[in-house]
Design a protein around this ligand. Structure first.
Ligand SMILES: Cc1cc2nc3c(=O)[nH]c(=O)nc-3n(C[C@H](O)[C@H](O)[C@H](O)COP(=O)(O)OP(=O)(O)OC[C@H]3O[C@@H](n4cnc5c(N)ncnc54)[C@H](O)[C@@H]3O)c2cc1C
Length: 356
């Protein structure tokens, strides 16, 4: 019998698999080959600050400290580099923003990340001439590189390239069965795919579509992250990720002309150099009504779990969340109430009779 079946292989599925692997538990991951998911489209910026409002994200310091140590450890164990510590240059659009930056940089929490000094020198490749503030202790996770490495080099036999068929799942209190496989439990990590999961689709996952561009810009040359209307993230050679739009209403997966125009406009407000569009992509972020993750067991079936709601900050939060979920499943350790799905118990009305 397997220890755990995992449905979905984005950041949530990966981090849970990593927890299981480090605790010598076996697992099998179902990964839908036709839906790429948010993780493989994301920039991978790992940043606990909210640069629009100059605040710290919920539990930002705890998530950031844990993620930093976790990624260093992961790189060492996998003998591969996936995480690059890079500062963010937050460009200003007004002098008021410059003043707010200084005040924010003195606030508890933010003091760890915002350098109080404002850089006034003009970057020749940038149109903005009001300078920028530097966010430190942040960086970028190469999500695709990490997911591919783990799947191809570390645990290739633990994957099934298939869409999970919810109707074929059979449950008893002792075990779960699925197409000839048995396991102690199953953990659903489907990102926005949760919407079609009959066990957990009562949870208020909203989803927010994000479109982005990958551009080729040989004259841009920064080895840092740029934020100013959009994020510009160096990838490799002359390629840069630029994004993203935020459209909570649109749940389609295709990129749109409107999204592209918006991104181009923001980019051209910021940079001063020519570029070509290499890729235009889109995906749906698994955002939740109260902007907190979704962790826990099904109200009627204690061997079915969910790991979702990573929202806009999967790279930052997934490492510590996976630890919390593992300890909840394995040792019965209580989840922080902000992330536990019990907070939505009132939303649960459909009785699925799991063990009937
Ligand atoms: C444009 C964009 C930019 C972003 N930038 C950043 C960023 O810079 N930093 C950051 O931290 N976060 C960013 N995010 C958010 C980040 O992508 C998410 O927080 C995170 O990746 C969600 O991971 P997940 O594993 O929960 O979901 P996903 O990555 O969506 O993975 C879910 C997986 O489950 C699979 N699946 C679904 N249903 C089934 C099924 N029935 N059977 C089998 N498999 C199934 C899907 O195929 C998918 O691969 C961005 C998101 C977008 C869209």
């Amino acid at each position: 019998m397997l220890d755990t079946l995992i449905v979905g292989y984005g950041l949530a599925g990966f981090q849970l698999a990593w927890q299981l692997k480090t605790h010598n538990k076996n697992f099998l991951i179902f990964s839908d080959p036709y839906i790429e998911g948010a993780s493989r489209n994301a920039a991978g910026v790992c940043n606990p600050t909210v640069l629009k409002r100059y605040t710290l994200a919920w539990q930002g310091l705890a998530f950031s400290n844990y993620a930093e140590e976790h990624y260093a450890n992961l790189e060492q164990q996998l003998n591969h580099n996936f995480f690059q510590k890079l500062p963010i240059h937050r460009y200003f659009f007004s002098t008021a923003e410059q003043n707010e930056w200084y005040t924010a940089s003195q606030k508890p929490g933010l003091i760890h990340f915002l350098n109080s000094e404002i850089a006034h020198e003009a970057e020749p490749t940038m149109k903005r001439q009001l300078g920028y503030g530097i966010v430190e202790q942040v960086g970028r996770l190469d999500i695709k590189g990490l997911l591919d490495h783990f799947k191809q080099k570390i645990a290739p036999s633990s994957f099934r390239e298939a869409s999970f068929d919810y109707n074929a799942l059979q449950l008893t209190p002792e075990q779960i069965s699925y197409q000839g496989l048995t396991a102690k439990r199953i953990v659903f990590c489907e990102g926005f795919g949760l919407k079609t999961n009959p066990w957990f689709n009562y949870l208020p996952l909203l989803g927010s579509k994000g479109e982005y561009l990958i551009i080729k810009a040989p004259h841009l040359i920064p080895d840092y992250l740029i934020k100013g209307g959009v994020f510009i993230v160096p990838l490799k050679a002359d390629l840069y990720w630029v994004g993203a739009t935020f459209s909570p209403q649109d749940k389609t997966l295709h990129p749109t002309e409107k999204g592209k125009n918006w991104l181009r406009q923001k980019l051209e407000d910021l940079i001063n150099v020519p570029y070509e569009i290499h890729t235009h992509g889109a995906a749906i972020r698994p955002t939740v009504i109260d902007r907190r993750p979704l962790l826990g067991a099904h109200p009627q079936a204690p061997n079915i779990f969910v790991f979702n709601g990573l929202g806009t900050r999967g790279a930052l939060m997934a490492p510590l969340l996976s630890k919390w979920l593992y300890e909840f499943i394995e040792n019965g350790k209580q989840l922080p109430e902000e992330v536990a799905i019990d907070r939505f118990e009132n939303y649960f009305s459909t009785r699925l009779e799991p063990y009937a």
